[in-house]
Design a protein around this ligand. Structure first.
Ligand SMILES: Cc1ncc(COP(=O)(O)O)c(C=O)c1O
Length: 376
């Protein structure tokens, strides 16, 4: 088989297409399958972008990003996490997706591997395959809050393994990793001369305790983050990656070739985004209200939530009491109850048939209606 044959589609897209078809036929569908904020990008960010557009700020920035944004992010790490990061280690990318494509292109030779949690964010596997690497999917469950652990990394690390990935808070599980566990993971990776890659895109969307930045424990950790979720800027395609000094030059060369630079207008909008306080706090509070509503209602309907999700906007539920085939179950819910949720198989194979992901990036009225439909 060729490399491209291993690239899987996002399976939930089929479900989404069917949902759209049903909507066209006049049926009301409650969307709890989508992992995209339902909020509009805050006004101040739009205003800043308009200003730059009016000034014809249209040219490429340096490949590693607009220096003002690199500096603003460096300051932001200082205030947000009390971590010192020099601006030239922060590379601005087209979304975090761009950051992952960049780092895997830099790190991986054919046949080298990366350790991933299963269930986990599905694109990761495909980014690694596209770079010629091998994803190693490791089953994770409630005992490690659905994250890899130091023990799992140690046990599964092979001669050709280059890195292990943590998504904190997790997608699809919304669970946070404990700081101590993250610290241990970082130390196992560096003992093997490898990297801990920390996907921190859901940082800031946490509801009990703050998520830890991997750089707090490991200066050499590779941190990926972006504006899509916390700042409701999915379509702006803007993110960043923090790499160790030793990787900057390779990253710059790859950036120059594959992207030239991240979108200029989005970079200037991002500088304004970093100044937002109240607007992003309001979104966080709204997500938390929805989360608490679902945590209360779902167990009554047979959706078991084994580890309380404290971040992102997802709930990963065990549906064993309701079905032994979560895929068929999700299709049935869509056809018969007009509620769209994502089957476990989108996130891996481990216990996939007994799990589903529900997203609360949907307004409260819709969630209430969704729960009513599920209850009938
Ligand atoms: C865990 C995780 N990482 C990365 C991404 C990609 O985000 P973007 O490319 O919009 O920054 C997503 C999007 O859903 C995600 O859930």
């Amino acid at each position: 088989m060729r490399r491209i044959d291993f690239i899987e589609p996002f399976r939930v897209m089929q479900l989404l297409e069917r949902a759209k078809e049903l909507e066209k036929q006049g049926k009301k569908i409650i969307h709890m399958e989508i992992g995209e904020p339902d909020f509009l990008t805050p006004d101040a960010i739009i205003t800043a972008a308009k200003l730059h557009l009016d000034q014809h700020n249209q040219f490429y920035t340096p490949s590693t990003g607009a220096p003002e944004l690199q500096q603003a992010l460096s300051n932001w790490y200082n205030t947000e996490y009390n971590v010192k990061v020099s601006p030239d280690r922060i590379l601005i990318t087209p979304g975090t997706s761009g950051a992952f494509n960049l780092i895997y292109a830099v790190l991986l030779e054919a046949g080298e591997s990366v350790l991933l949690p299963d269930p986990g964010y599905p694109c990761q596997r495909n980014f690694i395959r596209l770079a010629g690497g091998t994803p190693i999917n490791i089953p994770v469950g409630p005992e490690s809050r659905y994250h890899l652990s130091a023990e799992l990394i140690e046990k599964n690390w092979q001669k050709k393994t280059r890195a292990a990935v943590v998504i904190n808070p997790g997608n699809p599980t919304g669970t946070l990793i404990q700081p101590e566990a993250l610290k241990k993971m970082a130390s196992v990776c560096s003992n093997h001369d490898g990297y801990l890659i920390s996907d921190e895109i859901y940082h800031g969307l946490t509801y009990c305790t703050k998520a830890s930045c991997a750089l707090t424990f490991d200066e050499e950790a590779i941190v990926v983050n972006g504006f899509s979720k916390r700042w409701a800027m999915t379509g702006w395609r803007i993110g960043w990656i923090i790499v160790p000094e030793s990787l900057i030059d390779a990253c710059r060369r790859v950036m120059q070739n594959i992207f030239i630079a991240a979108p200029t207008l989005s970079q200037y909008a991002a500088i304004a985004a970093l100044k937002e306080v109240q607007s992003i706090e309001n979104m966080r509070l709204a997500y938390d209200e929805r989360r608490q509503f679902l945590l209360n209602e779902l167990p009554k309907l047979g959706f078991d939530i084994v580890v309380e999700p404290q971040g992102a906007f997802y709930i990963y539920a065990n549906v064993e009491k309701l079905t032994n085939d979560s895929k068929a179950f999700c299709w049935k819910l869509l056809e018969e109850k007009g509620v769209a949720i994502t089957p476990g198989e989108d996130f891996g194979v481990f216990n996939a048939a007994s799990h589903v992901r529900l997203s609360y990036a949907t307004d409260m009225a819709a969630l209430k209606e969704g729960i009513c439909c599920l209850a009938i």
